[in-house]
Design a protein around this ligand. Structure first.
Ligand SMILES: [Zn+2]
Length: 264
C-alpha cells in the first residue's frame, strides 16, 4: 500500500495546526502558549480533540483515548519549559496510539501503524523479559500493570487489558525519550541486547533505534511516519527534536541543556 506524504494526507501542513482543538479552563495567554507547544513539536495533532485543565494541582498529565482529550494538572504551569515539552510529547504519544485504527491517517497507512504496534509490543515484551526498562516510570508501570496482577493470578482478560496499558505506556515513553534523551535509549538498548544474549535469546532481540548503516527502524521509523515531510532521516529527527527543546531557551539554557529555562 502506497504511503501518502503528510501534505498529501492533510493538505499543506494542517496536520500540525491546533485550530480544531478545544481548550477548556485556561486563560487566553495559556491557550496561546499551549498552541505553540503543540504546533511546534512536529507531531500531527489530527487525533487531538481537546486540552483541559484538571482541577488538581499535583499529579500527572493524562490522556483520555475515548474522546482524544489531554488533561493537564495545574502543576504543568510551574514545572519549567523543558518538562512541559516532555509532557506534551509524551501525551501526544498516547494520542497517536498505534493500537487505535483512528491513527491510520496520522501514520500514513494501516501498514505503517501496524509496523509501529508490532515494534512497541516487541519492546514491551523484551523489557519484561530482560528486566531492563526504558526509565523508572516504565519499570513502575510494568510492576503495577503486568507483574503484580500475574502474581495475584488475576483473570486472564484483566491481565491482557493491563498488558495493553503497559504497551500504550511503552509507546508514549519511547516517543518522549527519542525526543529528549536518545543517548539513554541507546544505553537501554545495549543493556537489553546483553541480557538477551545471556538468556540465549539473542536471535529474538529487537532494536529500539536504527542500527548503524540501516534504513530507519523502530521508534525512528515511527517518527518519520508521523512527523512532517521535512523529516526523512534519523538526523532530521535529531535536529527537529533539538530545535523544539531549544526554542524559547536562553543562551545559557541551550549551553547547559535542561537546567536553565526561561520562565513563562
Ligand atoms: Zn503515559
Amino acid at each position: 500500500m502506497a504511503t501518502e506524504s503528510i501534505s498529501e494526507r492533510f493538505g499543506s501542513d494542517s496536520a500540525f495546526t491546533s485550530d480544531h482543538v478545544e481548550f477548556v479552563g485556561f486563560s487566553e495567554k495559556r491557550v496561546k502558549k499551549l498552541r505553540a507547544l503543540l504546533e511546534k513539536c512536529g507531531l500531527p495533532l489530527t487525533n487531538l480533540m481537546g486540552v483541559s485543565q484538571k482541577n488538581v494541582y499535583y499529579g500527572t498529565a493524562t490522556h483520555d483515548s475515548s474522546n482524544g482529550e489531554m488533561l493537564l494538572p495545574r502543576q504543568f504551569w510551574y514545572i519549567g519549559d523543558s518538562e512541559r515539552k516532555k509532557t506534551i510529547v509524551h501525551e501526544l504519544g498516547h494520542d497517536l496510539s498505534p493500537f487505535n485504527a483512528d491513527s491510520n491517517t496520522a501514520y500514513g497507512s494501516e501498514e505503517n501503524r501496524m509496523r509501529t504496534s508490532t515494534h512497541v509490543r516487541a519492546i514491551a515484551k523484551q523489557s519484561l523479559l530482560t528486566n531492563r526498562y526504558l526509565n523508572p516510570y516504565h519499570k513502575k508501570r510494568a510492576e503495577s500493570c503486568v507483574k503484580f496482577p500475574a502474581r495475584m493470578s488475576m483473570a486472564s482478560e484483566i491481565q491482557e487489558a493491563l498488558m495493553r496499558t503497559f504497551e500504550e505506556e511503552t509507546h508514549a515513553i519511547l516517543i518522549e525519550l527519542r525526543y529528549t534523551n536518545k543517548k539513554h535509549l541507546q544505553q537501554v538498548e545495549a543493556a537489553q541486547k546483553k541480557r538477551m544474549r545471556k538468556l540465549s535469546r539473542a536471535s529474538e532481540f529487537t532494536p529500539i533505534l536504527t542500527p548503524p548503516e540501516s534504513e530507519p527502524l523502530g521508534v525512528d521509523a515511527t517518527l518519520i511516519d508521523l512527523m512532517g515531510d521535512d523529516v526523512k532521516t534519523v538526523t532530521d529527527i535529531d535536529q527537529k527534536a533539538r530545535a523544539y527543546f531549544n526554542s524559547g531557551r536562553t543562551f545559557l539554557g541551550r549551553l547547559f541543556g535542561k537546567h536553565i529555562d526561561r520562565r513563562v
